[in-house]
Design a protein around this ligand. Structure first.
Ligand code: GLC
Length: 422
């Protein structure tokens, strides 16, 4: 399936469902045939969010997340890839060797990293879309898994000791090639020619330390506080305060956690001078001055102060991001020297990132901004199909085809009404 989706909404929705059905393995939706043949944490969670827009697909949205959670590690980490036997991919199970790690689940091979913790946020959306007995049971079943994930992030990933979770590899960001990682990657003690590539080298360092949190804190050479990862964590923490009642648990700890994460984001990553959130390199002890779409992540939090939201919305709508792109939102600030309209996460527009920014706008009642983001994102898929990403100037498709999260979130964008944000 490819371009020429300049059709009516019903046909666009059917085309999206056809992609999702083709990419369903029986227990998960792979991000795309061929290029990504396993279950990816972030992609699956976005697929569940999109499927929940169709009442008849709610059961599959729940199954998608339930499947992902069966691969959760005993320490609470939800892995970034869950492998299924047979299909190749590099780096695959032979590289990650999760079976050698006592914290990894038995019977399933996974990577040793995680991705932005969007699960609670999407469970809450599924609940709001379909507050039925089945979903209530689902919320009660997944609650201990979500609680363990949140404990893992605050207990094992607060490497800076200030209340934020650090990513320990660019693959944990969901924005693998973002220019925000250029400086910390360049600083790695890596010798070209000896090892194959910095990304794999870094993953092997962590693996060879037994995926040990003490090693991460003391020695691991890549540790970054990313505003997107932490903005998603904060949005999920907020969702936990809402889900607590359904799960029969207390909201108090999550209310406190949300305050702590929000406070740390503002104290450590907010650049008041230029109005935006930046990533912080813990090993170099400085913020990384390049502005990317990840800097809008904290706006997902309904509790972000109004002056911060105003500044973020101004930046988003300025020619630095949406204002100068025909098909927003570019993944990197257009005027940055690192901007490249053709390279992954260094310029192209992504349906998933646009959808999250749209959710952020809705969280603050910015209906006009949300409507623009929704319409321009639908224009991308109508023009070029469910591609992985798109040229932000002319909307042409880039990366792989039949990309599940692009298809799934189209369903959400087409759905009448929306999910109440309160
Ligand atoms: C790339 C993206 C990441 C995504 C994965 C599978 O690695 O950067 O966000 O999860 O592809 O689609």
């Amino acid at each position: 399936m490819d371009a020429r989706l300049a059709v009516d909404d019903a046909a666009l929705g059917r085309a999206a469902l056809a992609v999702l059905d083709a990419n369903w393995t029986g227990s998960a939706t792979v991000p795309a045939p061929g290029l990504y043949p396993h279950q990816w944490n972030l992609d699956s969670t976005l697929v569940a969010a999109g499927l929940a827009a169709r009442p008849e697909r709610t059961a599959r949205a729940r199954a998608e997340l339930t499947g992902l959670l069966t691969a959760q590690w005993r320490d609470g980490m939800i892995p970034h890839i869950v492998f299924r036997p047979g299909d190749g991919y590099f780096p695959g199970p032979a590289v990650w060797r999760s079976a050698d790690c006592p914290a990894a689940p038995a019977g399933v091979a996974t990577s040793g990293l995680t991705q932005p913790p969007l699960q609670a946020y999407v469970v809450w959306r599924i609940w709001r879309r379909c507050p039925c007995e089945e979903t209530a049971g689902f919320v009660r079943r997944v609650w201990p898994h979500l609680a363990a994930q949140h404990r893992y992030l605050s207990g094992s990933r607060d490497l800076g000791g200030a209340g934020l979770a650090a990513i320990v590899h660019p693959w944990e960001s969901g924005m693998d090639d973002s220019p925000a990682w250029d400086a910390p990657l360049a600083a790695l003690p890596f010798r070209a020619g000896v090892h194959e590539d910095r990304y794999v080298w870094l993953a092997l360092r962590y693996r060879d330390a037994g995926y040990d949190p003490a090693y991460l804190r003391a020695e691991h050479p890549f540790a970054v506080e990313d505003p997107f990862f932490n903005g998603v964590w904060l949005a999920s923490t907020w969702a936990m305060t809402r889900l607590a009642e359904v799960a029969g648990a207390g909201a108090g700890p999550y209310e406190e956690a949300a305050e702590r994460i929000r406070g740390a984001l503002l104290a450590r990553l907010w650049d008041a001078a230029d109005g935006g959130f930046l990533a912080r390199d813990l090993r170099a002890d400085r913020t990384i001055p390049v502005r990317t779409i990840g800097g809008f992540g904290p706006m997902l939090d309904p509790g972000m102060p109004a002056h911060v939201v105003d500044a973020l919305a101004d930046l988003l709508e300025s020619p630095r991001f949406m204002g100068a792109a025909g098909y927003p939102v570019p993944s990197c600030e257009i005027r940055a020297v690192e901007f490249d309209r053709a390279r992954y996460w260094r310029g192209p527009s992504w349906v998933s990132a646009n959808w999250l920014v749209r959710q952020a706008a809705l969280a603050h009642g910015r209906e006009t901004l949300a409507a623009t983001l929704g319409a321009t994102t639908l224009r991308l898929v109508r023009q070029s199909g469910f591609r992985e990403c798109f040229d932000p100037f002319d909307g042409s498709g880039r990366g792989c085809r039949d990309f599940s999260s692009s298809a799934a979130l189209t369903l959400d964008l087409l759905a009448p009404g929306g999910v109440p944000t309160g």
